[in-house]
Write a protein that binds this ligand. Structure first.
Ligand SMILES: NC(=O)c1ccc[n+]([C@@H]2O[C@H](COP(=O)([O-])OP(=O)(O)OC[C@H]3O[C@@H](n4cnc5c(N)ncnc54)[C@H](O)[C@@H]3O)[C@@H](O)[C@H]2O)c1
Ligand SMILES: [Zn+2]
Length: 356
């Protein structure tokens, strides 16, 4: 895939392209900075060193793993490190990690010295099919998700699905939620294919998974190309996220349960599908189909969540970036594979969706 100057490359081919880029486009490998967290330092650095030997001479900047690190203070630390290591306007940042690393690293690249180059090397499923694609970078403001950020285009996108071998099952399923979303909003056949494969021993069939990952990336890439700055159509990618992000922020505030992005989004998709069935024409059968698959795959009906304070969630939703003129706007399904955006939903219906 090659579009708008961004090449997306897979597995072995990807390393060839990256190495050639480093050899031809960077003045010195010492001017390359690999951003990692403590887990990708352990699991992913050896992998890229084994493919591209010269990277052993680059610099590593390490941060702690986790959503809590996705804030302005971490960005300042990274900038100070870049400064100390004598980074300049010709420097390159390689973001080696999940969505937290690609979001922070992309954002730092967009502001450091008014913008330096970066390459995304996502190492989680969520990063590969979603976070690293689409030019959005960002950090949280306290617990408001992605409140600060920029649209910034990477030089390359390197997809090595072998990174998934060390990823926890929890994080694998978290990423799969975004793949399901791609099927629900734009491609019913993909939804069916993914549903069937999700019941099998997930990581066993590498070829099938590579193929599903490729299809999922293509769906997102196509939507982003049509509307890169989210003026309209791109909003469908937020299906499940109006409620999902609010749930994620709520749990971040409470500091009670570790709530993975994909699990929050799976919950959001169930609730927003129910709302879709009430006001946007989604059939009850399709709503039940969606609810049933997410209830099997994700811990969305556990007791822990039953005492969620819906009023607090609603307050968080009021900050949603999609809102206009003080109205909370949703992306809702018409049917599986077809999604509308800018849908206004009454508070009473949002509240009711939590009780179904
Ligand atoms: N910019 C966007 O368009 C966009 C889209 C979707 C999500 N996001 C953001 O992405 C973030 C979530 O991303 P995530 O789920 O990848 O989280 P993450 O980056 O926190 O990674 C999850 C965990 O997996 C570990 N890890 C990463 N790669 C590994 C590997 N190969 N082996 C072992 N462990 C590994 C990490 O250290 C971390 O502990 C959220 O902040 C979300 O807002 C951004
Ligand atoms: Zn998401």
């Amino acid at each position: 895939m090659k579009k708008d100057g961004v090449g997306i490359y897979f597995n072995n081919k990807a390393y060839e392209v990256l190495e050639s880029y480093l050899l031809t486009q960077i003045d010195s490998i010492k001017n390359t900075f690999i951003l990692v967290d403590n887990f990708t330092y352990i699991h992913c650095i050896p992998v890229i060193y084994s493919h591209i030997d010269i990277l052993k001479n680059s610099n590593i900047i390490q941060i702690k793993s986790g959503e809590k690190e996705k804030n302005i203070y971490t960005c300042i630390k990274i900038c100070k490190n870049l400064e100390k290591l004598k980074a300049n306007r010709k420097s390159l940042i390689l973001n080696l990690g999940g969505g937290v690393i690609t979001d922070i690293g992309g954002f730092v690249a967009s502001i450091f010295k008014r913008g330096i180059r970066f390459v995304n090397i996502p190492t989680t499923l969520l990063g590969m099919v979603d976070a690293a694609i689409g030019y959005k970078t960002g950090i949280n403001l306290d617990s408001i998700k992605n409140e600060i950020g920029s649209f910034y285009i990477p030089e390359l996108l390197i997809i090595d699905t072998h990174f998934l071998n060390t990823l926890s099952n929890e994080d694998f399923f978290s990423g799969m939620a975004e793949m399901f979303k791609h099927g629900l909003i734009a491609d019913k056949n993909f939804w069916i294919e993914l549903k069937e494969n999700s019941k099998k021993n997930i990581k066993k069939n590498e070829k099938t998974w590579n193929n599903l990952i490729f299809k999922s990336i293509s769906i997102k890439q196509k939507i982003v190309e049509k509307d890169p700055k989210e003026k309209g159509l791109r909003k469908i990618l937020n299906f499940g996220h109006t409620i999902g992000h609010a749930i994620e922020s709520y749990f971040m505030n409470k500091n009670k349960i570790k709530m993975l992005h994909g699990v929050a989004i799976a919950m959001g998709m169930v609730f927003e599908s129910w709302i879709s069935s009430k006001i946007n024409g989604l059939s009850i059968d399709e709503y039940e189909e969606i609810k049933s698959i997410f209830s099997i795959l994700y811990p969305i009906h556990e007791k822990n969540y039953s005492n969620i304070d819906i009023n607090e969630i609603f307050k968080i939703m009021e900050y949603d970036k999609k809102n206009e003129k003080n109205k909370i706007l949703f992306s809702l399904l018409k049917k599986i594979g077809n999604c509308s955006y800018n849908c206004q939903v009454p508070y009473s219906l949002i509240k009711e969706s939590f009780l179904n």
